[in-house]
Ligand binder design. Structure first.
Ligand SMILES: NC(=O)c1ccc[n+]([C@@H]2O[C@H](COP(=O)([O-])OP(=O)(O)OC[C@H]3O[C@@H](n4cnc5c(N)ncnc54)[C@H](OP(=O)(O)O)[C@@H]3O)[C@@H](O)[C@H]2O)c1
Length: 218
């Protein structure tokens, strides 16, 4: 994994794992992820499997159904076709990355843990989780990152150069990203300016979306 990919996986997975910690995820709990294709959601799915979730279901729109399956979701719900109330299964853990808990709560069991990473939390029963970048969460993630088990998904419209930061935010604000929208503050691929991003040039030159061989975007 290149430094850029490692950095992306590291940041997104910290937000993702903190949600599991904040809402006290217990191994063997089934999980429903709202927003499986986004910068955080894709890593929630990947981490869920590593944390021992026996069953992970995630929502996304039609073009991203296959992508979300490849991230490891056992089942994908196309939210443009299926409403939450039409889903018969109930889940132990509801992980909302969209702020849709007011509606998505119907798929949660009565005693389910509900975590929302958007502010303010979209349901009174949801706990809000916020990225703190702690050594503790990095320690938990280290084995997965070291073994390359968490795949970095960089949105294929990027990485954006810092000069194009407005364009990057405009795109992010469409809410349609595939994985993480990445902006580089350094001359891409120049190891003298940015050791941490060395290798990024290859990603851009090849229009690489940052995914490993076994999962492809678009
Ligand atoms: N608390 C924290 O520490 C923290 C940290 C990072 C981010 N956040 C917040 O968490 C949210 C998610 O962040 P992000 O970076 O993952 O966002 P993002 O990458 O912009 O999310 C975009 C994704 O959301 C999906 N989406 C949009 N509406 C949806 C819906 N109704 N149902 C299912 N999927 C839907 C889109 O898929 P489709 O195109 O298929 O709809 C797209 O793939 C944002 O509000 C962000 O501000 C919080």
């Amino acid at each position: 994994m290149s430094s850029l990919r490692r950095l992306q996986a590291c940041l997104g997975s910290q937000t993702a794992i903190e949600g599991f910690t904040t809402a006290s995820y217990k191994k063997d709990q089934t999980i429903f992820v709202v927003g499986g294709a986004g910068g955080v959601g894709n890593l929630v799915i990947q981490l869920a499997k590593h944390l021992g979730a026996p069953y992970v279901v995630a929502t996304t729109s039609t073009p991203k159904v296959e992508f979300v399956k490849q991230l490891g979701a056992d089942k994908v719900v196309d939210y443009t076709k299926i409403k939450y109330e039409d889903i018969e299964e109930k889940f132990d853990f509801l992980y909302d990355t969209v702020g849709d808990c007011q509606k998505s709560v119907v798929v949660a069991k009565d005693d389910a843990a509900i975590v929302d990473i958007t502010w303010p939390p979209s349901h009174p029963g949801a706990v809000y989780s916020s990225l703190t970048v702690s050594g503790e969460s990095l320690e938990k993630l280290e084995p997965y990152l070291e073994r390359g088990e968490l795949k970095a998904v960089i949105d294929p419209t990027g990485p954006y150069h810092f000069d194009n930061v407005i364009e990057a935010f405009r795109y992010l604000e469409t809410g349609r990203a595939w994985g993480k929208v990445v902006i580089s503050c350094f001359p891409l691929g120049d190891p003298h300016h940015s050791p941490i991003l060395s290798g990024a040039k290859t990603n851009i030159g090849e229009n690489d979306n940052g995914f490993s061989e076994d999962v492809c975007l678009k």
